[in-house]
Design a protein. Structure first.
Length: 270
């Protein structure tokens, strides 16, 4: 299993996409925290984070801090710019004032529906890193890419590009970035990759991290799998040596289901 023999604490992350307003978010996070408490979830062994829409972030941050919850949270996107005439955008500095630990960058829905380029993704990663927010860098190939280029060429190229502008003030720390491998064909399709497919690409992504950031950082960086993850298939992914967690979409909106995914250690068997 990924975490055995490595310093990597698995991360189960729920990307809510454009679901749940701030009132629904408060109720959801409270119930999720109770579910995990009931299940005696050990947050030191598996980190759990939610990624709500921007308008929920302040409410979620306040709740987590007031109730001293162990859940963490992040935003779903960030501007590449510091401030200024960028109507509708949210800067990394603003996210930092909300003590936002994480931000998803380069999700395939941003790349396809909003034409986000590799350069823009790289600029966003650079801005997150500059403000001390951990980017969850999403990479993944379409079904067409898979046929044309095989499984890892596009994700590896996207990761290289995404890291090309970031300036780490010191040597990147061991948990300064997270990578999420999300094959586009597996997102919301109900057709997840096989654990072996996810492992093959995750291993290539880790090799790329080793080349760019060195082996210490590469060994410590969490690589998540995303795309139709459910409680019934999480264990298979988590048994893979290079898969350190999951970025969950649809199933993260169902509290018992998401709590069960977070509790994968109970059904993974070592
Ligand atoms: P699904 O889990 O709904 O396939 O979505 C995956 C995803 O896009 C997470 O970012």
């Amino acid at each position: 299993m990924a975490s055995v023999g490595s310093s990597r604490v698995p991360l189960i992350a729920g990307n809510w996409k454009m679901n749940l307003d701030h009132l629904q978010a408060i109720a959801f996070v409270q119930k999720l925290a109770w579910s995990l408490k009931d299940a005696r979830h050990d947050f030191a062994k598996t980190e759990v984070a939610v990624f709500p829409p921007f308008t929920d972030l302040r409410s979620v941050q306040t709740l987590i801090s007031a109730d001293k919850l162990h859940l963490r949270f992040g935003a779903q996107d960030v501007s590449a710019h510091e401030s200024g005439a960028y109507t509708g955008e949210i800067s990394a500095a603003f996210l930092k004032t909300l003590d936002t630990p994480y931000v998803i960058i380069g999700h395939s829905e941003r790349r396809t529906l909003h034409s986000e380029s590799d350069e823009e993704v790289a600029a966003k990663v650079a801005s997150a890193v500059k403000h001390g927010i951990v980017p969850v860098i999403c990479v993944g190939e379409t079904a067409e890419d898979l046929e044309l280029h095989g499984p890892s060429a596009i994700p590896v190229a996207q990761l290289r590009a995404a890291l090309s502008q970031a300036k780490f003030e010191r040597e990147p720390g061991l948990t300064d970035i997270v990578v999420a491998y999300e094959p586009v064909w597996a997102i919301g399709s109900g057709q997840a990759a096989t654990p072996e497919q996810a492992e093959q690409v995750a291993a290539q992504l880790r090799a790329t991290l080793t080349e760019i950031l060195g082996s210490d950082v590469a060994d410590a960086t969490r690589i998540l799998y995303g795309g139709s993850v459910k409680s019934s298939n999480i264990a298979g992914f988590m048994r893979m040596p290079n898969v350190d967690g999951a970025l969950v979409g649809g199933a993260s909106l169902d509290i018992p289901e998401f709590a069960s995914i977070a509790q994968f250690l109970k059904h993974v068997g070592t």
